[in-house]
Each structure stands twice: as C-alpha cells, then as structure tokens.
Design a protein around this ligand. Structure first.
Ligand code: SF4
Ligand code: SF4
Length: 146
C-alpha cells in the first residue's frame, strides 16, 4: 500500500507536458500557414520544352519509369517534342532525371509541394500542364526571394 502511494510514475507525463508547455510550436496551422521549403527541396519538376533536346536521358534514368516522351524529326532535321509526360503518382522525387538532364536548366526542381490529387489521372503532367505549373512555381520562387 505504502509502495503504491510513493509511486509517482504516473506524474511523469505531466513533467514532459510541463517541459514543452512554453516552447514555441514547430508545427504550423496548414493550410492557413505554410512553411517555406529549403533551397534544395525536391518539389514539382519545372520543364522547359522549348529548350528540351529530346534525348530521353531523363526517361532512361528514372527508376520508376515516370517519364515518357515522344519525339519526331521534322523535314528540317530538327527534333520536335510531341509529348512529354511525367506521372507524379509513381515519382519518388529522387531527382535523378534532373541530375542527368543534359540540357542546361531544362528540367529543374521547384519548391512546389501542393500537388496531391483525388485520382491517379490528376497526377499526370503533360507539356501544357508543366508549362502552367512552371509559370505559377516561378512566381512563387520570385515571391519567396523578395
Ligand atoms: S524524380 Fe526520380 S522518380 Fe521522379 S521522375 Fe525524376 S527520376 Fe523519376
Ligand atoms: S534529359 Fe533533359 S534534354 Fe533530355 S529529354 Fe529529358 S528533359 Fe529533355
């Protein structure tokens, strides 16, 4: 009985709570508040199809086969990117496609992380969608620099 009375182990959780009670919280009230990702954050890909050479290195190196591209050669002998798709539903954001991209600044990382969707189809990014997201992500990057 006395042992039970002096056993104060049930007060331990209160000690932990007390320790953290006056500390600044490390969480934010998303979506009202948003954290700024670090500089090297691997978010949504930024793709510049005007500069893309259609070499296919990004698609070959991707471990999850997320990238598909269709390239045709015109009568002038120049390559034309007909299709460039990234299926983000399979992407693990390893960044290999960006590291191995042979074009300068063709494929880049952005700090955009709000890319969740309600179905698999919504995670497919083609040229047009990548162009649109490139614009919005670039504006975001500029806004964060200010
Ligand atoms: S980040 Fe990795 S998984 Fe995603 S598309 Fe690029 S190579 Fe593939
Ligand atoms: S590696 Fe770069 S230049 Fe080559 S197809 Fe992919 S995005 Fe285009």
């Amino acid at each position: 009985m006395i042992e039970k009375l002096v056993n104060l182990s049930h007060l331990r959780p209160l000690k932990v709570v007390g320790k953290h009670l006056f500390k600044t919280p490390i969480t934010v009230q998303y979506p009202e508040e948003r954290l700024t990702p670090p500089k090297r954050f691997r978010g949504l890909h930024l793709y510049d199809h005007e500069k893309c050479m259609g070499c296919g290195a990004c698609a070959k190196i991707c471990p999850n086969k997320c990238i598909e591209l269709k390239v045709t050669v015109g009568s002038d002998g120049k390559k034309k990117i007909e299709e460039f798709n990234i299926f983000l539903g399979r992407c693990i954001f390893c960044g290999l496609c960006i590291d191995y991209c042979v074009g300068k600044g063709v494929l880049k990382n952005s700090p955009e992380y709000e890319i969740a969707g309600y179905d698999r189809e919504s995670l497919l990014y083609g040229i047009d969608r990548l162009d649109r997201t490139k614009k919005s992500a670039s504006e975001k990057i500029e806004g964060e620099k200010k």
